[in-house]
Design a protein around this ligand. Structure first.
Ligand SMILES: *[C@@H]1O[C@H](CO)[C@@H](O)[C@H](O)[C@H]1NC(C)=O
Ligand SMILES: *[C@@H]1O[C@H](CO)[C@@H](O)[C@H](O)[C@H]1NC(C)=O
Ligand SMILES: *[C@@H]1O[C@H](CO)[C@@H](O)[C@H](O)[C@H]1NC(C)=O
Ligand SMILES: *[C@@H]1O[C@H](CO)[C@@H](O)[C@H](O)[C@H]1NC(C)=O
Length: 197
């Protein structure tokens, strides 16, 4: 490469970089501004939006991020924001706005995740964190339970045991597993997905 073409190369690279960082900031801003429009005004979503400059952001990010290789890595990118939904409409808003603004959502319920599927990604992403949505309603007469995604299997077992000495629910032994992740196919160990039993 002669010197004039290498200068041209550097110029065009920095031009592209500055364009793409402007784009991703405004995509995030547009996403954040979209959230209140699509959620219930009597349950403001603003209190549930954490960007990296919020003082609790790092704490929240690490709270259920159990894989130290991932959280201590300087090369794995952190989420652009964490939405700690407190109302069903916050979940709806996060999904609708992520779709509109082409932002990847990683969804974390209330439990552990050693693979990091719910808190790491190769592309810019936002975490929808469901740990506040953890109510369980047990009806022993109908032998049914309504459980929100953020509850853990341990909480579900405990709530059933409070109501009955003979009922139970068959799932994992580990009580810190999130119901949302378990019901959607997680909680079977780090290698079973790839190798089976
Ligand atoms: C918003 O939430 C309130 C209280 O939870 C509820 O009464 C109301 O129906 C909701 N509004 C909409 C449009 O869903
Ligand atoms: C996080 O910071 C943003 C901007 O500084 C602010 O609007 C938002 O309310 C903060 N979120 C929380 C949960 O305090
Ligand atoms: C925090 O980030 C938000 C959104 O990116 C921004 O609007 C706000 O000015 C920032 N606050 C501080 C104190 O840096
Ligand atoms: C529990 O289930 C029974 C039988 O289906 C029903 O009649 C009852 O209304 C339910 N209780 C509650 C609190 O939903």
């Amino acid at each position: 490469m002669n010197s004039s073409s290498s200068k041209l190369f550097i110029l065009s690279t920095s031009f592209l970089l500055s364009i793409s960082s402007v784009t991703s900031n405004s995509v995030l801003d547009n996403f954040l501004q979209c959230l209140p429009i699509h959620s219930n005004t009597s349950n403001p979503i603003t209190n549930s939006i954490y960007v990296p400059n919020n003082s609790s952001f790092q704490y929240l990010y690490e709270l259920r991020a159990n894989n130290l290789r991932i959280i201590s890595s300087s090369t794995i990118s952190k989420p652009l924001a964490i939405i700690t939904a407190r109302h069903a409409s916050h979940v709806q808003a996060a999904v609708i706005c992520a779709k509109i603004h082409s932002i990847q959502l990683r969804i974390r319920s209330g439990g552990h995740d050693y693979e990091g599927l719910s808190y790491k990604s190769d592309i810019p992403f936002v975490i929808l964190d469901l740990f506040n949505l953890r109510s369980t309603k047990i009806n022993i007469t109908s032998e049914t339970a309504w459980v929100q995604a953020g509850a853990t299997t341990g909480e579900l077992y405990y709530k059933i045991a409070e109501k009955s000495k003979v009922h139970g629910f068959p799932s994992g032994v580990c009580t810190t597993l999130g119901i949302g992740g378990h019901f959607t196919g997680g909680g079977y160990g780090n290698m079973i997905r790839k190798y089976g039993l």
